[in-house]
Every structure is written in structure tokens, then in C-alpha cells.
Design a protein around this ligand. Structure first.
Ligand SMILES: *Cc1c(COP(=O)(O)O)cnc(C)c1O
Length: 379
């Protein structure tokens, strides 16, 4: 079935035939006195509501296993829990700020090494050693939208006995399916497009590998960063409109990007695949569109603060992927966990604006930008 349909077909665990799955709040479950056995025992291990969501998360990607976490960072941490002291992980330098913070603050204590590449897409065998246990990639990357070839990196990783992990937050299974291209694990901040309404925090991990799945399940039990039942069902409901939302958001983004590229008030627009002809070709091969996030810098002669104040529709806030448009300045907001040097290497200037497009009417968005350009132009 098409993903539009798979997103709707939620499990129906209610004994009353409810069309929407119920919220099972119980933290503990009755066990058989003789066998000390039951389908569920304690909520941290598993819960029917989280289980319903996890089956939807897996089903979206047609993956064998899906896991729901309390936040995207809890999902990322569960993946890093697969590592052992001495292991090295390769990253692109424009990785999510929170992931960067993890590598900078926690990796040294755990005896792990994170190595950053400005152009992860062009690494070769020589960049991997016997210590390299994982390649961790966001494509398109945040907030510069650089693209890497998933299939190529999967081959490279596997030749060296390493795992390829893709943070697919910006694309979701609607636009990109990394497991089909050889990735071992996919992580997502479900706070963003999956949730889609800026009203919950959640994370997701998917895999087709039984051993990896067993270890991710273990990390749920050991670290306890699982998603609670009420939010599980709210997220499950939100996912039903994911294909509709992201399609409309992407249409809006395409039109806005095209408009801005022609506008004299803009110096640069960064969108998925825009970095080079090579990256455009890769992105078109492995994804079904640019998504709904792009970044831009104003041209000289336009005042950034005035511009941001003048825009009426978008909120000035971190996060992305919701039905409402959001704008932010990564250097001082989402990516302030990175060092200045790391930001410079990744091309995250202090005046780069990241824009996440919502489902508002496109003509209203275009008109809003145009009046903000007029307001911000130095006379
Ligand atoms: C937001 C985000 C995360 C972290 O997710 P939280 O839900 O905020 O913990 C990880 N990766 C990417 C790409 C993100 O945008």
C-alpha cells in the first residue's frame, strides 16, 4: 500500500471497536501467578499505546522494527549506546546542534571519538580505520541542506564493518527511505514533521536488523527515555496527516525558494541539493523533493533585524516541521552548542536564517516576504 494509506491504518487494540486507539495509562500489568508471564509487565519495557505507535512508525518505512522515545535526542542517544570505548564515529560538520553537543561533551567521557567532515559525501576508504564503528549522517544537513549519497556511504561503512545511521528528521519516510538504500538505522526527531503541530516532543528509531533492534530495545529499558502513552497516541494521530502536511509544506517551500532566488533582497538561498550540481543529482535520486526547510541570507542593503520584525506570519522560534511557519537564526539558536570554529567550517554564518514552511496559503506567505523586504531595504 501507498504511504498515504499506511499512515492512516493504525492498529485497533480496543475491545470496543474504537476507530482511534485508546490510551493505556497503566504503568503495570497483571501477570499470571503460575508462569509470572503476560503480554505486558511494566510500562518502561512496553505498553500497548507505545506499541501501537511503534508499529505505525515501523510501518511508515516498511521497516521490521520501530521504537518510540521521549525526544529525538533520546533516540540519538540510544543509537550511540551501541558504541564501545575506543570506537570512532564519522559525522558531517553540519550535524544537529544537540548531536554535536553530545559528541563534544559525552563522547570523551565514554572513550569515544567523533570525527567531523565538512564534506562527508566525499570521504573514501582512507578516512575509515578499524576503529570506525559508525557513520552518522543527516541528509539534507541542518541548516545548510548539504546532501550526501546514502547508498555510497552504506557501501563504504559496510566494507569496514561499520554501521550507517541516517537522521531522517528533515525528510521522513514520505520523502526518503534510507533503510532501502542500505542504512542500518534511521533516527528521527518526531518533534518535527512526524508530530507536525509543535505541541509534543518525541523521537523514533527504525531498523530491519534483529540484533540492532534488540540493543535499541535494551537501551529503552536501561536508560528509560521512552515515550509515555498519552503522547504516543497523540503522535500516532498526528502521523495520519503527515503525508498531506509534508506534501503541502513542500509545495509552499518550492514556491518560496523560487521566489526568493529571483529577489534582489536575497544573497543566497540554500535548499536540499542546491549546493552543487552533483548534490542536486544525488538528492533527486534518493529523495522525493526538497522538503520544507531552507535557509537564506539577505543581500547587502537589507537590514536583518528589521526584516525579521516585519514578517507577520512566521514565528521566530527554534524547531521546524510544524503546520505553522517558523524562522530562526541557527548560529545563536539551534546550533549554539557548536563552537564558533565548527560553525564557520559548516558554513553557518551569524546572519543565516533558517525557514521551516508551514501549510499557510502560499500567496499570503509570498506577500508577507515582499512587504518585509520593502520594510528592511535601506533607503
Ligand atoms: C530537533 C532535532 C533533533 C533532536 O530532537 P529533539 O526531539 O529536540 O530531542 C535531532 N536531529 C535533528 C535533525 C533535529 O532537527
Amino acid at each position: 500500500m501507498h504511504i498515504d494509506t499506511r499512515a492512516i491504518l493504525a492498529p485497533r487494540t480496543s475491545e470496543f471497536g474504537a476507530v482511534v486507539p485508546p490510551v493505556h495509562l497503566s504503568s503495570t500489568f497483571e501477570l499470571d501467578i503460575d508462569t509470572i508471564d503476560g503480554d505486558y509487565a511494566y510500562q518502561r519495557g512496553s505498553n500497548p499505546s507505545r506499541g501501537d505507535l511503534e508499529s505505525v512508525i515501523a510501518n511508515l518505512e516498511e521497516a521490521k522494527h520501530g521504537f518510540a522515545f521521549a525526544t529525538g535526542m533520546a533516540a540519538v542517544s540510544s543509537v550511540f549506546s551501541l558504541l564501545s570505548p575506543g570506537d570512532e564515529v564519522l559525522f558531517s560538520s553540519n550535524v544537529y546542534g544537540g548531536t554535536f553537543r553530545y559528541v563534544e561533551k559525552i563522547f570523551p567521557r565514554a572513550g569515544l571519538t567523533g570525527t567531523f567532515f565538512d564534506d562527508l559525501g566525499s570521504i573514501t576508504s582512507a578516512d575509515l580505520s578499524e576503529k570506525t564503528r559508525m557513520i552518522f549522517v543527516e541528509t539534507p544537513g541542518n541548516p545548510t541542506l548539504r546532501v550526501v549519497d546514502i547508498e555510497r556511504l552504506a557501501k563504504l561503512a559496510h566494507e569496514h564493518g561499520a554501521l550507517l545511521v541516517i537522521d531522517n528528521t528533515f525528510m521522513t519516510a514520505v520523502l526518503q527511505r534510507p533503510l532501502d538504500m542500505g542504512a542500518d538505522l534511521v533516527v528521527q526527531s518526531a518533534t518535527k514533521f512526524l508530530g507536525g503541530h509543535s505541541d509534543l516532543l518525541a523521537g523514533a528509531v527504525t531498523t530491519n536488523d534483529d540484533d540492532l533492534a534488540e540493543n535499541i530495545r535494551l537501551s529503552q529499558k536501561v536508560f528509560g527515555g521512552v515515550l509515555e502513552p498519552f503522547t504516543s497516541i497523540r503522535l500516532l494521530q498526528a502521523i495520519k496527516t503527515l503525508p498531506l502536511r509534508i506534501t503541502r509544506q513542500q509545495e509552499n517551500a518550492e514556491k518560496l525558494v523560487a521566489h526568493l532566488r529571483e529577489h534582489p533582497g536575497i544573497a543566497t538561498v540554500l535548499s536540499a541539493g542546491s549546493f552543487s550540481e552533483h548534490e542536486r543529482e544525488i538528492h533527486e535520486r534518493q529523495a522525493a523533493g526538497i522538503g520544507a526547510v531552507f535557509s537564506f541570507e539577505l543581500a547587502e542593503g537589507y537590514e536583518l533585524k528589521t526584516f525579521l520584525h516585519a514578517l507577520e506570519i512566521p514565528s521566530f522560534a527554534v524547531s521546524l516541521g510544524g503546520v505553522e511557519s517558523l524562522m530562526s537564526i541557527p548560529a545563536t539558536m539551534s546550533h549554539d552548542g557548536m563552537t564558533q570554529a565548527a560553525r564557520e567550517r559548516a558554513g553557518i554564518t551569524d546572519t543565516l536564517v533558517r525557514f521551516s514552511v508551514g501549510i499557510e496559503n502560499i500567496n499570503d506567505l509570498l506577500a508577507d516576504f515582499d512587504q518585509a523586504f520593502d520594510a528592511a531595504k535601506n533607503s
